[in-house]
Design a protein around this ligand. Structure first.
Ligand code: NAD
Length: 288
């Protein structure tokens, strides 16, 4: 078997197109332009790249982008004061604080200061609680993107065995909640899980969100399973340039799985597209 390659890049383009259409419609119906504020503290190079992409894509789909770059030694008080002013600003519908923050700032504390109605990352405990208990939360963008990719090839998830490797608040846990909300039978595996390959072999749907290059091999996979690879890892190459790989050994697993996301070009591009979709949703909610 050669697995179907799930094209996250093409799917993300489709989501961005839909968002752009939604932005135009909201402008026409209510005179409102959705606005996303991105706050970056410090000069982490990876974060700078992510933020640049976010700003570019926000503007490309017709939204307003508010970009705040703060010094690495910004005090808690200054950051909180900025968040309060963004909470109160009617032109800002979504607020994103780029993580990780410098060590002297407590990310939990900072996230809790964001108005849950503007928490387009879906990290505030109000949104997390609604995700697990029912309601209409903002859902973290990476798992939201994974669900869209999954449902594009398997609309009926009910009763399927799903295994999520990783239990982070950003990916693993919300991914498990989304699968459970679609009535999958969900297992969350993590660094303390015994016999991980055997656990994974039970999965009709396997999501890897670990941060270990090419850890998942073909003999971990139930034939015909769908595999979503969230991991982004840089490995050394002979030419010294390095390359990005996921948590799944793509070529190996492709021989057994029914469908698989590549890295790069899988859940990665979907993450920013879903951030834009959440920001549009926040703007729509603000006028309803
Ligand atoms: P994290 O470090 O917060 O969590 C990793 C999880 O993996 C932990 O819950 C840990 O228990 C588990 N784990 C570690 N070693 C393990 C092992 N040997 N066996 C089983 N489980 C193990 O990471 P995260 O933020 O959830 O990110 C995971 C990966 O996804 C990283 O590679 C990250 O770069 C990537 N990521 C991608 C996107 C995207 O847009 N595609 C977004 C967020 C994270």
């Amino acid at each position: 078997m050669t697995a179907l390659r799930i094209d996250g890049k093409a799917f993300a383009e489709q989501v961005r197109q839909e968002v752009a259409e939604g932005v135009s419609a909201l402008k026409a119906s209510h005179g409102v332009t959705p606005g996303l504020a991105v706050v970056l503290v410090g000069e982490d190079p990876a974060s700078q790249v992510y933020v640049r992409n976010k700003v570019k894509q926000t503007e490309a789909c017709g939204m307003r982008s508010f970009h705040h770059v703060l010094d690495v030694d910004t005090s808690r008080e200054s950051l909180m004061s900025l968040i309060q002013s963004l909470n109160a600003d009617p032109a800002v519908h979504g607020i994103l604080v780029q993580l990780p923050l410098p060590a002297h700032l407590d990310s939990k504390d900072v996230i809790e200061a964001i108005d849950p109605a503007k928490d387009v990352d879906g990290f505030h405990t109000s949104n997390v609680g609604q995700l697990w208990t029912g309601g209409n939360p903002f859902v973290p963008c990476t798992p939201l993107g994974c669900m869209k990719l999954l449902k594009s090839i398997e609309p009926n998830i009910a009763g399927k065995n799903a295994v999520v490797i990783g239990r982070s608040n950003i990916v693993g846990r919300p991914m498990a909640a989304l699968l459970l909300n679609e009535s999958a039978t969900v297992t969350i595996a993590h660094s303390k899980t015994h016999n991980l390959p055997a656990v994974c072999r039970e999965a009709d749907i396997l999501v890897a969100a670990v941060g270990r290059p090419q850890m998942v091999k073909a003999d971990w996979i139930k034939p015909g399973a769908i595999v979503l690879d969230v991991g982004i890892n840089r490995i050394e190459t002979e030419d010294g340039k390095g390359r990005l790989v996921g948590d799944v050994d793509f070529d190996d697993v492709s021989t057994v799985a029914r469908a698989i996301t590549p890295v790069p070009g899988g859940p990665g591009p979907m993450t920013i597209a879903c951030l834009l979709a959440n920001t549009l949703e926040a703007a729509k909610r603000s006028v309803s």
